[in-house]
Design a protein around this ligand. Structure first.
Ligand SMILES: [Fe+2]
Length: 181
């Protein structure tokens, strides 16, 4: 599956525009991480872009989130590493491979960065710098839904939290028009 086919699936199956933006943001972070780590960028990008593909179908059935995406991708030519990462992101398998740990960390970091951009006086990603995001990370009650321990799992793929936040901010800023931020 190439990126164009994955994007077609997202547009076909995900009706909530904010979820689509979230999936694009996680894709951007995963691609940046893959480049930083010398990993396979296309696969990491697919894992990010597709990870919530089943959102419309499992919104009211959280335990099925993940396995349903894998069912939706059955028959498509998607690497097992990608579907494994999608299962691991909702704890349907333990995260062990770097792509799995990376997706666990990338998922909440995008929410933290969106919240930081929205609380910035200019309400834009371009106006935020890494220090601003690092400070928001340290405020436990800010965007409390963005699980700090899960974000800090970036350490398991070799990045300190500060570097991961900076890399994620840069990746999301590069697609800020798609994100509307
Ligand atoms: Fe997600």
């Amino acid at each position: 599956m190439d990126r164009a086919e994955a994007w077609r699936l997202v547009q076909e199956h995900v009706s909530n525009r904010n979820i689509v933006k979230h999936m694009l943001a996680v894709e951007a972070v995963m691609r940046a991480l893959a480049r930083r780590l010398g990993e396979e960028e296309e696969g990491w990008g697919l894992a990010g872009l597709l990870h919530d593909l089943d959102y419309d179908r499992t919104r009211d059935d959280p335990p099925r989130h993940g396995p349903t995406t894998v069912e939706m991708l059955a028959g498509a030519d998607v690497p097992a590493a990608v579907t494994d990462a999608i299962l691991a992101h909702n704890r349907h398998k333990p995260a062990s491979a770097p792509i799995e740990t990376a997706l666990l960390a990338a998922d909440p970091v995008t929410g933290l960065i969106v919240a930081a951009a929205l609380m910035h006086p200019e309400k834009s990603l371009a106006a935020c710098d890494a220090d601003f995001v690092v400070r928001r990370f340290g405020e436990k009650r800010f965007a409390a839904g963005a699980d700090r321990e899960q974000i800090a799992q970036c350490r398991e793929v070799g990045l300190e939290v500060e570097e991961f936040l900076a890399l994620s901010l840069e990746a999301m800023t590069a697609i800020r028009e798609e994100l509307g931020l």
